[in-house]
Design a protein around this ligand. Structure first.
Ligand SMILES: Nc1ncnc2c1ncn2[C@@H]1O[C@H](COP(=O)(O)OP(=O)(O)O)[C@@H](O)[C@H]1O
Ligand SMILES: [Mg+2]
Length: 453
């Protein structure tokens, strides 16, 4: 019954995709700009700090009387004293002498980096891999050029940036997860009225409500009101149709009785006996149709009115008493300790159904008719009516529910009982099954679980 969904046919899926896309784009954008801005910021402050070191080194450098440079005290950053720590300094006077930090146990820094009184920096090969090298020239007391150079491993800066990026990524992934989770929660909250609407429609279809109930958000209310108006209009139409069918059937009864009467009188006249027989046959068929349609209209109108309830065995007791009077030779039995079972169907319609089946069983049974009912763990109720009569063949069972079908002309009847029984079952939404075994016919009614107790 349900049609295949178009692509992205679920609202939830659409919202989820939109939120997923939006969150991913947003988070990626934030990640990209934040890493750019912060890397630059880290880089700038790193350079600033190292330039402070260069100036400190310049300030501490003194040229001794022999023209040899020396430091008045060590640099304040202890890393310049740890061998191969990645932090190195060098003070040199070209063609004369070079003073190095204790950390620089090997290699030499390129003094050409220092080529002006302003601090410049380049990436060079250092003692422990690529190094950012800062340099400046200062003038010694004798007018000589003193090259002040400081180098730090490039990996120091790279590590600082990498560790920041790692931390940022973890936080942003957590944020994305949080945003998606709240998005899901918002979608579920937003779609709740639609779920309620689905439940209301199910109740409507199950017959436990005659309109869509509940209050809905402003966006859905017009739809619900329109649907309710449409349902009311359709129900009224169906109702009117049923009443009209009933009226039509009733209004045909009297003329038909007159025609039958007339045909019976004609049949006494031997000249038109044949025509009279045809008229009588046809009138009988019309009578059957009328009775059938009336029974149908009645059960269709009442079968599943909201709020109806039938309770077994209370409902079955008077029917069984009537059947005992109708078929005095037959023993009708019902379970005595099966407990109470209630079904959400109209008691009058269910009584009519049971009467039809019990009457048939009573007509054809030899001695006994058994009525029984059970509720299975899933809540489905089964009612069985079994007799010990001749039963029917497979082929007879297949045709038994057709209007006017009778296999035993000796027993009185109209051939409508099973046809009406099948219609009532369709109206009640229960499964109807006839089976025949050697011991007689078994009629089984199965009501799926739909709210009874
Ligand atoms: N319990 C039964 N045992 C044997 N035959 C049955 C039984 N119930 C129905 N039938 C057969 O099915 C036919 C149709 O039944 P139904 O529609 O109730 O019509 P009616 O009872 O008016 O004859 C009956 O004429 C009968 O031949
Ligand atoms: Mg019958």
């Amino acid at each position: 019954m349900s049609r295949p969904l178009p692509p992205f046919g679920s609202l939830r899926l659409r919202f989820m995709l939109a939120i997923g896309l939006w969150v991913s784009l947003g988070i990626l954008g934030i990640w990209f700009t934040a890493t750019q801005v912060f890397s630059r910021h880290i880089e700038e402050s790193y350079h600033e700090e190292l330039e402070v070191h260069v100036r400190e080194l310049a300030r501490l450098t003194e040229i001794g009387p022999d023209g040899v440079p020396m430091l008045s005290r060590p640099l304040s950053d202890p890393r310049y004293e740890v061998p191969l720590s990645g932090f190195y300094w060098q003070v040199s006077i070209p063609d004369r002498t070079t003073l190095k930090s204790e950390s620089m146990t090997r290699g030499e820094l390129d003094q050409r980096v220092a080529h002006s009184p302003d601090i410049a920096h380049v990436v060079e090969d250092g003692p422990t891999g690529p190094a950012i090298t800062y340099g400046m020239i200062e003038e010694g007391p004798a007018g000589e050029e003193v090259h002040i150079v400081i180098a730090t491993d490039q990996s120091e800066l790279d590590n600082a940036i990498a560790s920041f990026t790692r931390e940022l990524t973890v936080w942003l992934v957590a944020l994305a997860g949080l945003l998606l989770a709240t998005g899901l929660a918002i979608i579920s909250f937003g779609l709740r009225p639609l779920n309620r609407l689905g439940i209301a429609i199910n109740r409507l279809r199950g017959g436990s409500a005659s309109r869509l109930e509940g209050s809905y958000p402003a966006e859905i209310t017009p739809l619900v009101s329109d649907l309710n108006a449409y349902i009311a209009q359709t129900s009224a139409l169906v109702e009117r149709g049923k009443v009209q069918a009933g009226n039509l059937a009733h209004s045909l009864r009297t003329p038909l009785a007159v025609v039958t009467d007339e045909a019976e009188r004609l049949s006494e006249n031997s000249q038109c006996a044949d025509s009279a027989r045809v008229l009588l046959e046809q009138s009988e068929r019309m009578q059957q149709q009328i009775d059938y349609q009336l029974a149908r209209a009645r059960s269709a109108a009442m079968a599943k009115l909201p709020g109806s309830m039938s309770v077994l065995p209370t409902l079955a007791r008077p029917i069984l008493q009537a059947m005992t009077r109708l078929h005095p030779d037959i023993r009708f039995t019902a379970p005595t300790n099966a407990g109470e079972i209630s079904l959400p169907v109209d008691p009058v319609v269910l009584s009519e159904l049971l009467s039809i089946l019990l009457d048939n069983a009573g007509k054809w049974a030899r001695e006994e008719v058994q009525l029984s009912y059970t509720r299975d763990p899933a809540g489905a109720v089964t009612i069985t009516i079994a007799d010990d009569g001749p039963g029917m063949t497979e082929e007879q069972i297949a045709r038994a529910c057709d209007i006017g079908t009778r296999f035993d002309p000796a027993t009185p009847g109209s051939g409508l009982g099973l046809a009406i029984a099948r219609e009532i079952c369709a109206d009640l939404g229960c499964e109807f099954e006839l089976t025949s075994k050697e011991g007689g016919l078994v009629a089984r009614l199965t009501f799926a679980n739909n709210g009874g107790k």
